[in-house]
Design a protein around this ligand. Structure first.
Ligand code: AP5
Ligand code: MG
Ligand code: ZN
Length: 233
């Protein structure tokens, strides 16, 4: 199954992508994570991207389209993927359509996670992650069971993103409303959009998305059975 998780900064795309991909044997494709890794590796593309990311501005379409196209070609993506943070502009969405067509792949669903603006800011400003395994936490909404120790790997080393501050959040939200939110209409018109309430607890949102994906999966299977039935029946 190939899906897009669509939502504003802090909506919970990364949190849910990690959960869904472990439950459903899919790969999480986060352009934000890929760009941060590229910056850490010291590549010029990564360093240029980091300058924009730290200001809360979008990286160029050409750079992210190229990164995603190469990544989708990796063998592990054959089992299915959840795009997290891509596409983010109508140009990227159009490039994704062409790319999937050329690679003989298709999109099963675009899951829009809807969250209030005030909540999004609170989620971003309180976020931190384990520097060792990448598990995500929050000062108020998801604290480690033992203070200062990662629940998953037991390491006591946490980090905060350079763009997770009150100044940058406004620019990131503005970029979302100006450039990314038109994708909601784009995918609705294509019959791919499903919207879930992202305001519940992390577990509640996972459940809502899982229910939606079960329905999408079920209807895809019954359609293909129907098609085979009409061919062979
Ligand atoms: P990216 O890394 O994608 O950041 P983003 O879109 O701003 O989204 P976030 O990662 O901040 O939020 P999220 O939705 O993943 O939320 P999370 O699950 O962590 O992009 C960063 C930058 O890279 C961009 O600004 C841009 O410059 C560049 N970039 C990336 N892709 C690009 C592209 N395609 N084109 C151009 N530029 C691109 O959750 C947030 C917090 O809330 C966590 O602490 C979590 O524990 C908590 N939380 C999650 N769910 C819940 C819940 N239900 N209840 C309570 N707390 C919750
Ligand atoms: Mg994220
Ligand atoms: Zn950890």
């Amino acid at each position: 199954m190939n899906i897009i998780l669509l939502g504003a900064p802090g909506a919970g795309k990364g949190t849910q992508a990690k959960r869904l991909t472990s439950e459903r044997d899919m790969v999480q494709l986060s352009t934000g994570d890929m760009l941060r890794q590229s910056a850490e590796s010291g590549s010029q593309i990564g360093i240029d991207a980091k300058a924009l990311m730290d200001k809360g501005e979008l990286v160029s379409d050409a750079v992210v389209v190229d990164i995603i196209s190469r990544r989708i070609d990796q063998p592990d993506c054959a089992k299915g993927f959840a795009l997290d943070g891509f596409p983010r502009t109508l140009e990227q969405a159009a490039a994704l359509d062409v790319m999937l067509d050329e690679k003989n792949k298709s999109l099963d669903a675009v899951v829009e996670m809807r969250v209030d603006d005030v909540e999004m800011v609170a989620r971003i400003v309180g976020r931190f992650t384990c520097a060792n395994c990448g598990e995500g936490y929050h000062d108020r909404f998801k604290t480690p069971a033992v203070e200062g120790v990662c629940d998953v790997c037991g390491v006591s080393d946490f980090q905060r993103r350079a763009d997770d501050n009150a100044n940058t959040v406004t620019t990131r939200l503005m970029a979302y409303y100006k450039k990314t939110s038109p994708l909601i209409g784009y995918y609705f018109a294509k019959g791919k959009l499903v919207t879930v309430d992202g305001m519940g607890t992390i577990d509640e949102v996972t459940k809502s998305i899982s229910n939606v994906l079960d329905q999408v999966d079920g209807s895809a299977k019954s359609q293909s059975r129907g098609l085979l039935g009409s061919i062979f029946g």
